[in-house]
Design a protein around this ligand. Structure first.
Ligand code: ATP
Ligand code: MG
Length: 569
């Protein structure tokens, strides 16, 4: 593509954009905002998006996915069948046609695909079935301020699978997982697959694919030694669990005036926070449960929920706390409860020979409180959030926290949609069964931005070759110089004839402007045709490393493959 007539409106600065990817995509003339969270993709962005889509298509087709394209405009009745017309929330874009019939612009397509399959598919013999599409989605996001990372209109690949049994779903899920690993690897991303909380479905039913980037909204745990990664809520804490011998000293009530927080208590008693015990009271499916953790740890309510096989865990209200403990928040503890309730303790507390804990009385704590003598813990378990410096549950190394950007999500849906939409097939015995389903999403436009978040420097974008809008950038430094222009033209034609995608800077711009733009656009390999062209020398430059070498114009085509390899190292 000749730059002279290309729609690549580069900018030196942009005002409003916070995220690096947002800034750089605007500055490189790749996107323009039409309204908040709604963007036009200009030619360079469109080329990169097509490449990401192609990678996705190859990997989806590779696991027998079949591409479809469903309507973006969906009748509200379908969404009413699953209750999501009311429950999806304000992100759902609703509209009416000229007859006053209600429609939605699809933010995701479980309803639409389930409707299609229930009408067309009726026998177990035709299962499993995996369908996917690459389509524009609509979500009226609350804060669409991060450019392509969070659009209100954005491109998603969404896939759905239909199965006769759980094993078949598990098999497809595992293949999807691997396909996602391939996709993000091929896009040049540094990512981790993290297990997420599957909510009501439970079990290992969902993974999120997180790109490691400071712009990420999620905090994830990663191991510094192996590739273990997890959602903070899900990460298992491994700890030695030998019970310490109990303290023989008598329990004592001590005045701790105005010490309603762990920090206050620790300071008042001149002890580290790790020697105190934090008490929380939850309502677990409506029943009060007390949870104790070491003062410097945080209770993990997902773990409480999973331990008790419950569906809802919420903080207890004041009234319940009064009824069961008798004391105010800030001074709670398991000693002398007014009414019996379950008491759980995090396993780290096994190492404490006695507890410093609230006395259920304002301005008082107990010291030397011993489990089994002064109060009763019903069960010790892993109930806290993992922290930086904890042990990796997989390899024993050390874990740390990192910011993650969710680019993909795979999910075992089970029969959630097929039940409510009565989507059934006939099994081997001729019995009607609901389809067992999975769904699998990738934010294609978010992936584009995530790549930029991870791959840039102070001068601009650095595209991995697989998704670069062009592979080679030929720059004629002075396009008024006939010799330079002739050599550059020749190279442009030769490279294209050899199958490369080439951007040719033939503009009548100053050299400085051309170099700045070339850095900003971030095409992997640059061929600079300058003053030495008359002596039969041009320069080859790798954008990622800045490494430059000289060669004769005739050698350029032969050298490009090796340079492209080097740029992705
Ligand atoms: P988030 O928590 O970031 O809002 P989500 O959980 O709502 O994401 P899913 O419903 O799982 O996302 O959608 C599948 C994929 O679509 C996500 O993994 C993400 O890559 C992408 N995605 C979701 N919302 C947006 C958006 N507003 N803009 C761009 N991509 C998005
Ligand atoms: Mg969302």
């Amino acid at each position: 593509m000749r730059q002279k007539h290309a729609l690549i409106p580069t900018l030196r600065t942009v005002g409003e954009a916070e995220m690096m990817s947002h800034q750089l995509l605007l500055r490189a003339g790749m996107i323009r905002q039409l309204a908040a969270g709604i963007y036009s993709y200009l030619p360079l962005a469109q080329r990169s998006l097509r490449k990401i889509e192609q990678i996705v298509r190859e990997e989806m087709d590779g696991i027998e996915g079949q591409e479809v394209l469903l309507p973006a405009m969906n009748p509200a009745e379908l969404w009413e069948e699953t209750g999501r017309y009311q429950n999806y929330g304000p992100e759902l874009v609703k509209l009416q046609d000229r007859h006053g019939r209600a429609f939605v612009l699809g933010p995701t397509h479980e309803e639409t695909i389930t409707d299609l399959v229930r009408d067309e598919w009726s026998s177990y013999k035709k299962l499993p079935l995996t369908l996917y599409q690459i389509q524009t989605k609509f979500r009226d996001e609350r804060r669409p301020r991060s450019g392509l990372l969070r659009g209100r209109e954005f491109i998603m690949k969404d896939a759905y699978s239909f199965h006769a049994d759980r094993d078949s779903l598990d098999e497809t899920y595992d293949k999807m997982y691997q396909a996602y690993v391939n996709i993000f690897t091929r896009c040049g991303l540094d990512f981790r697959a993290v297990e997420a909380d599957a909510g009501a479905i439970g079990g290992k039913g969902t993974h999120e694919f997180m790109v490691l980037a400071d712009a990420g909204e999620d905090t994830i745990v990663i191991c510094k030694a192996c590739d273990y990664a997890a959602n903070v809520e899900m990460a298992e804490v491994v700890q030695q669990t030998a019970k310490a011998d109990p303290d023989e000293a008598q329990m004592q009530k001590v005045a701790t005036p105005g010490s309603a927080t762990i920090a206050d208590v620790a300071e008042f008693l001149q002890l580290p926070e790790s020697q105190t015990v934090k008490t929380m009271v939850f309502l677990v499916d409506g029943e009060p449960v007390m949870v104790l953790v070491q003062g410097d740890h945080e209770v993990n309510d997902v773990k409480v929920k999973n331990l008790l096989n419950a569906s809802v865990v919420e903080m207890a209200d004041e009234e319940t706390i009064q009824e069961f403990c008798g004391g105010p928040i800030g001074y709670l503890g398991p000693v002398g409860l007014k009414k019996k309730m379950k008491v759980l303790a995090d396993q780290a507390l096994l190492a404490h020979s006695s507890f410093i804990i609230g006395a259920n009385e304002r301005d008082y704590h107990y010291v030397n409180a011993v489990d089994g003598r002064d109060f009763q813990v019903d069960q010790y378990a892993d109930l806290r959030n993992i922290q930086e410096g904890d042990v990796c549950p997989r390899c024993g190394g050390e874990v740390g926290f990192a910011k993650g950007l969710e680019v993909g999500h795979i999910f075992k849906l089970g029969t959630r949609y097929s039940d409510s939409m009565k989507a059934t097939f006939l099994d081997q015995n001729g019995k009607t069964q609901p389809f067992i389903m999975g769904c699998y999403g990738i934010g294609i436009s978010r992936v584009l931005a995530a790549i930029v978040e991870q791959s840039h420097d102070e001068n601009g974008i650095i595209w991995p070759t697989s998704v670069a809008p062009f592979q080679v950038h030929v720059v004629a430094v002075n396009s008024k110089d006939e010799e330079q222009l002739r050599v550059a033209e020749n190279l442009y034609e030769q490279l294209r004839a050899s199958g490369y995608e080439v951007l040719f800077d033939d503009r009548a711009e100053r050299a400085g402007v051309k170099f700045k733009d070339a850095d900003l656009l971030g095409i992997p390999v640059r061929v600079v045709v300058g003053t030495k062209a008359k002596d039969g020398i041009v320069e080859l430059k790798i954008r990622r490393t800045g490494e430059a070498t000289e060669c004769a114009p005739e050698e350029v085509v032969g050298k490009v493959p090796e340079l492209l390899l080097q740029t992705d190292k």
